[in-house]
Design a protein around this ligand. Structure first.
Ligand code: SAM
Length: 259
C-alpha cells in the first residue's frame, strides 16, 4: 500500500521562473560582494555601513524570490479558492479558464463541478510558468481525480476557438498581464465576453492592469462589477475582479464597486 508521501499530487510549477532565478542570483551576488568588502577592506566603519547596505538589498532580492515561490506553491491557491467561493458554483456550469497553465485554477474549478465541465486554454509559455505544457496539466487533472471533467486545449486568449455564448463562467489567474499592449489585452476580454453566455460571470485575479480590465469590461458590456483591493497575503499582491455579462435586454448602468 502507498504511504501518504508516496501518493503523487498535482505539481503546479513556479510562476515567472526567470524572474525568481534572477532575484536569487542578484541576492547571492550581493551577499558575496558584502563579504568581499569586509574581507578586503577589513572592519572599518565606512565599509561596515556599505556592506550592511548591500546585505539589505540582498535580503530584499532573496525575500522577494522566496515570497514569489511561496505564492506559486501556496498563497495563489488560497486566493483562487477565495475567488471560486465568491462565484458559488452550482456544479453544472461550463467553465473556461483562460491561460490555465499547469491547471491550479482549472482543477480547483473542476473539483467544484458535478455534471459541469472545465476547459482550459493556454499557449504554454515556459517563461510565464515553469514546465508549462498541456500534458502536464492533463496529468495534474488525473492526479487530482478530475480528468473526466477537464479538457485542455492550445489557444490564444485573443482568438478563442469556441462558439459565441458557450460558457456559463470564465475564470483567469495571472494570465492576461502577459499580453503586451492594452488593445491586445482588450481583444482577449472581448473574446472572453463573446464566448460567455448573457448573464454569465467572469472572475479574474491579476497583479497589474486590473483597473484597466474593469474599465474595458464596462465598455464592452458587463454589470455587477466588483474590483477587490490588492491582497498582500501573496506576492505580488493580487486583485480580484468579478463581473457579469449583461443579460441581452440590459444596458450597463453600474459603476465599479470596491470590495
Ligand atoms: C503565470 S501563468 C498562470 C497560469 C495559471 N493561470 C495559474 O494561475 O497557475 C500565466 C499563463 O498565461 C499563459 N498565457 C500568456 N499569454 C497567453 C495568451 N495570449 N493566451 C493564452 N494564455 C496565455 C501562459 O502560457 C501561462 O500559462
Amino acid at each position: 500500500m502507498l504511504t501518504q508521501s508516496e501518493i503523487k499530487k498535482p505539481d503546479y510549477g513556479v510562476d515567472a521562473p526567470g524572474v525568481v532565478r534572477v532575484l536569487v542570483l542578484v541576492g547571492l551576488c550581493l551577499c558575496v560582494l558584502a563579504l568581499g568588502l569586509l574581507i578586503v577592506f577589513r572592519l572599518n566603519a565606512l565599509v561596515i555601513v556599505l556592506a550592511a547596505w548591500v546585505i539589505l538589498w540582498a535580503l530584499v532580492c532573496l525575500g522577494e524570490a522566496l515570497a514569489m515561490l511561496w505564492t506559486s506553491r501556496v498563497g495563489k491557491l488560497r486566493e483562487i479558492r477565495r475567488m471560486l467561493d465568491c462565484l458559488v458554483l452550482s456544479g453544472d456550469e461550463e467553465v473556461l479558464d483562460v491561460g490555465c497553465g499547469r491547471g491550479m485554477l482549472l482543477i480547483e474549478a473542476a473539483r467544484r463541478l458535478r455534471s459541469g465541465h472545465a476547459t482550459g486554454i493556454d499557449i504554454w509559455s515556459e517563461r510565464d510558468q515553469s514546465g508549462n505544457s498541456p500534458q502536464v496539466t492533463q496529468e495534474n487533472a488525473r492526479l487530482a481525480g478530475v480528468a473526466e471533467r477537464v479538457t485542455v486545449l492550445t489557444a490564444d486568449a485573443r482568438q478563442l476557438p469556441f462558439p459565441s455564448e458557450h460558457f456559463d463562467v470564465i475564470v483567469s489567474c495571472l494570465a492576461l498581464h502577459n499580453i503586451d499592449g492594452r488593445e491586445e489585452r482588450c481583444q482577449a476580454l472581448r473574446e472572453m465576453l463573446r464566448v460567455l453566455k448573457p448573464g454569465g460571470r467572469i472572475a479574474m485575479l491579476d497583479f497589474t492592469h486590473v483597473k484597466e480590465y474593469a474599465q474595458d469590461l464596462q465598455t464592452l458590456g458587463v454589470d455587477q462589477l466588483t474590483l477587490g483591493r490588492p491582497s498582500w497575503r501573496v506576492f505580488p499582491p493580487l486583485r480580484m475582479l468579478l463581473a457579469r455579462k449583461l443579460p441581452v435586454s440590459e444596458k450597463s448602468e453600474t459603476a465599479a464597486t470596491t470590495i
